[in-house]
Design a protein around this ligand. Structure first.
Ligand SMILES: Cc1cc2nc3c(=O)[nH]c(=O)nc-3n(C[C@H](O)[C@H](O)[C@H](O)COP(=O)(O)O)c2cc1C
Length: 305
């Protein structure tokens, strides 16, 4: 085809398919392998300032309709990203890399932004879905426009790269949160993180399937929620959005772009189609564009009123 390349926050991506945070995003070699399989860009698993433990197994399971995880944001900390993951990835860098960062308080978000600059990512994605430990109810930053905007402000102040905020769908009005972040200088958004939490029971064992009992829901079942969120965020701010949530096929990707996504994130897709799914989705998009005489993929972004 024609032209599948997209510019996002001043960074050029060969195609709009991006690896979402948390899946295959821990080592440079697995990130590079995702690009080899057709992705236009990659996002790291969310990086903490210090090493962070996760939940006990079982932490994930999938069905035909949805996937659930309670991995618990385990990570080795920014030292590993700085000393290993980024230097190795950036050697013969095959595609842009987005560094996902996460913290439990504003001070750590600031320090982390400072450290992550040294990793030389192309873009910084701020995962605000974890609890704010300074909030007395342990509410997540993503659920309060004040908290979300404060995180945006502190990361922007300490960052030399474009900063995008990864929004949660689990709020009454996602546009309000997006606008508050945009007012503090967010360069764009990623929408959405997982839905829920959800819960599922093994009726034979008479036990919850996840050791954590509840977990974030992803995959095909959440796509309509993700599409609505991307639509709302793009309409409210006009800023570039990575549309993420339930994208499994080329048609899903086109749908996301029509409501305003500039890039499209895929995580759970790997469970259904493996890493080579990236290339397959891109080929499906290409075929759709050829059939519908779309010469430049950028022409379909946000065409839904
Ligand atoms: C196993 C697993 C781990 C995840 N870890 C992270 C993470 O570390 N940081 C983050 O921002 N999102 C994380 N997510 C959320 C995904 O990036 C994505 O927003 C969500 O799964 C919806 O997209 P999907 O349906 O394509 O998976 C994780 C999702 C899964 C399934």
């Amino acid at each position: 085809m024609e032209n599948l390349s997209v510019e996002f926050c001043g960074v050029k991506f060969q195609n709009p398919a991006v690896l979402a945070s948390g899946i295959l995003g821990v080592t440079a070699s697995s990130l590079k392998n995702v690009v080899k399989n057709g992705a236009g860009g990659v996002t790291t698993k969310s990086i903490w300032l210090e090493e962070h433990g996760g939940h006990k197994n079982p932490t994930m399971f999938g069905t035909d309709h949805y996937f659930m995880n309670a991995v618990g944001l385990s990570d080795a900390g920014v030292k590993k990203a700085l000393g290993e993951t980024f230097p190795e990835y950036n050697k013969n860098k095959p595609a842009p890399i987005i560094a996902s960062i996460v913290a439990g308080n504003l001070e750590d978000f600031g320090k982390l932004a400072d450290e992550i600059n040294k990793c030389e990512p192309d873009i910084i994605e701020v995962n605000i879905s974890c609890p704010n430990i300074e909030n007395e109810c342990g509410k997540s930053f993503a659920c309060s426009k004040t908290d979300a905007s404060k995180v945006t402000e502190v990361v922007k102040k300490n960052s030399k790269k474009p900063v995008i905020i990864k929004l949660s769908p689990n709020v009454p009005d996602i546009s309000e949160i997006a606008k508050a972040c945009a007012d503090k200088g967010a360069d764009g958004f990623c929408a959405i993180n997982t839905v829920g939490p959800g819960m599922a029971v093994d009726i034979d064992l008479k036990l919850p399937i996840l050791s954590n009992k509840v977990g974030g829901v992803s995959g095909p079942g959440i796509k309509p929620v993700a599409v609505r969120c991307v639509y709302d965020v793009y309409k409210a701010t006009g800023l570039p959005v990575i549309g993420t949530g339930g994208v499994i096929t080329g048609k899903d990707m086109i749908e996301m772009m029509m409501v305003g996504a500039r890039l499209v994130g895929m995580g759970t897709m790997v469970y259904y189609r493996e890493a080579k799914g990236f290339g397959k989705v891109v080929k499906e998009v290409e075929d759709w564009c050829d059939k519908n005489r779309v010469k430049k993929i950028e022409d379909i972004i946000g065409i839904i009123d």
